[in-house]
Design a protein around this ligand. Structure first.
Ligand SMILES: C[S@@+](CC[C@H](N)C(=O)[O-])C[C@H]1O[C@@H](n2cnc3c(N)ncnc32)[C@H](O)[C@@H]1O
Length: 226
């Protein structure tokens, strides 16, 4: 627990009893038919657990509904849950660029985008996301970004995206609690080390402000400071 000078709790360790989690889930807006279709198909895949958490996706959707971004970038698309969730609420003329290395997983996403009628606003680029991000114009035109791909790439993706964020731009970065493994001193795996390094990198960056929301596996929301 971290206290300020007056003893006020600044950071309370997160834990949510299962009964409370179930209660909240029963109240939260459930998946719509298009989301349900992605969930059903993804659940049959061996990598099903990679799918974006529904509540986290809806939190980002609420932000996007309010922010009305004209250009969204997603790093890590998989079968399309978060991209479909966000693309469906983009304003008229809004575009989304999705980056992934996998053709087979994003073929699933493409089908669901088309079925939901949002494929017209999504561009998918297959290849290492770092190449795609570096190919974007250097100007600050990214209104919203999601990072949800290989954990060892997080700092590099962030470094490419921060200078490209528009003045009111935001980033949502998934898995920053990493199932609690960030706190496990005995865990020195590459991915855990990468998430710890990313979290520390963001916390020390004077260009941005951030808050981690303990939803799903932890989503860190990042905006420009000042
Ligand atoms: C956790 S999943 C993304 C989940 C997705 N956002 C969703 O809504 O379900 C991670 C994705 O990152 C992709 N990925 C892994 N390494 C990558 C890289 N170097 N560049 C781009 N995508 C990558 C994987 O192919 C995978 O589809």
């Amino acid at each position: 627990m971290i206290l300020d000078k007056t003893g006020f709790v600044l950071n309370k360790p997160f834990s949510l009893p299962e009964a409370m989690a179930d209660y909240l889930s029963s109240l939260n807006t459930p998946p719509n038919p298009a989301q349900e279709a992605v969930r059903t198909e993804t659940s049959q895949l061996p990598s099903a657990t990679m799918r974006f958490n529904h509540e986290a996706a809806m939190m980002l959707q609420l932000i996007v509904r309010a922010q009305r971004p004209m250009f969204v970038v997603e790093v890590g698309t998989f079968t399309g849950y978060s991209s479909l969730t966000l693309a469906s609420v983009l304003p008229e003329g809004g575009r989304m660029l999705c980056c992934d290395v996998s053709k087979s997983w994003t073929d699933v996403a493409r089908r669901h985008w088309a079925a939901a009628g949002v494929d017209d606003r999504i561009e998918l680029r297959i290849g290492p996301a770092i190449h795609t991000l570096r190919s974007l114009p250097a100007k600050p035109a990214v209104d919203f970004a999601i990072i949800d791909a290989d954990k060892t790439g997080y700092v590099d993706y962030y470094e490419e995206l921060v200078p490209r964020l528009s003045p009111h731009g935001l980033m949502g970065v998934d898995n920053t609690m990493w199932n609690g493994q960030v706190l496990d001193d005995t865990d020195s795996s590459e991915d855990t080390a990468a998430i710890r390094a990313f979290n520390a990198h963001v916390a020390a960056d004077p260009r941005t402000i951030n808050v981690t929301v303990p939803i799903g596996d932890g989503v860190t929301l990042i905006g420009l400071a000042g």
